[in-house]
Design a protein around this ligand. Structure first.
Ligand code: OOG
Ligand code: MG
Length: 262
């Protein structure tokens, strides 16, 4: 019985994304007692649907890994979702606003994984040892829910609001930096909107990747060599509008930009 409801919820969320319209959250429209574990089962069905439709998976991502995000969203537990090829926007490229519902942007540090990472028990130091490069990124999140209003199970089912990603083009060895201390700014049309440091993400962004490895281990999965993984926003997310020029600058890692088109 339950599995059919999960499938129905996954289809409901995919339809919202494809038709670019916000929907009532799952815990209101379907199942008030949806657990986090069940929500990940819904997410798995949603992800499988994208794979079946021919989309290529880039890798998992982490979300809700900083106090700024916990305070903004009212949900204070790290989650994961998945990034697909159709979500990639070139650095310096254009994001068509009409493709999305009510997008927001956030600054993140991404990890290009050099060796498989199999949890449980993984630490940030182990993640760093298996990271080939780090790179700056801007994630565009677009919750399928009205006003980005959700509970933990809702956002998990909705693939962690994942929508678009702009990766920076500079790849740097993690050993060249103290990622804890990397400063980042997020500006729109030349105006500073948010700023933070790497330590905002669970004390060190590598810790977010370690949490991911340990969460994936629960379902018998691992982080795989070659995946590029977002560690979660350093700061609150900022609403986007048509005509915006967005710039994320990361100390030592360079700049990531995009424009919001119609
Ligand atoms: C959930 C996605 C969070 C992050 O980096 O914290 C996320 C949301 O805020 O809608 O991607
Ligand atoms: Mg994010």
């Amino acid at each position: 019985m339950a599995v059919e409801v999960f499938k129905e919820i996954a289809d409901y969320l995919v339809a919202a994304e494809v038709e670019k319209r916000e929907v009532v959250k799952v815990t209101k429209a379907f199942k008030p007692d949806l657990t986090v574990e069940e929500a990940y089962q819904v997410q798995e069905l949603l992800v499988q649907r994208k794979v079946d439709e021919g989309h290529r998976m880039i890798g998992p991502k982490m979300g809700l890994t900083s106090k700024a995000k916990w305070d903004q969203m009212g949900v204070s537990e790290p989650i994961y979702g998945y990034v697909f090829d159709y979500m990639l926007v070139n650095n310096g490229g254009v994001l068509p606003f009409s493709d999305l519902i009510h997008p927001k942007v956030e600054a993140e540090i991404a990890f290009l994984i050099g060796e498989d990472i199999q949890g449980p028990g993984i630490t940030g130091a182990q993640v760093l040892a298996k990271t080939q490069y780090v790179l700056p990124a801007l994630e565009i999140i677009d919750s399928r829910y009205e006003n980005f209003n959700f509970t933990l199970p809702d956002v998990v089912a909705d693939n962690a609001s994942t929508s678009r990603v702009v990766f920076g083009t500079a790849l740097r060895k993690p050993s060249e930096f103290d990622l804890e201390l990397i400063g980042a700014t997020l500006s729109i049309n030349g105006q500073l909107k948010e700023l933070g440091a790497g330590a905002a993400v669970l004390g060190h962004p590598a810790n977010a990747i370690a949490v991911l490895a340990n969460m994936l281990a629960r379902k018998g999965e691992k982080i795989k060599k070659g995946e590029i993984i977002l560690s979660g926003a350093l700061t609150s997310a900022v609403m986007l509008s048509i005509g915006d020029f967005v710039s994320g600058k990361f100390d030592g890692l360079g700049e990531v930009t995009f424009s919001v088109g119609e």
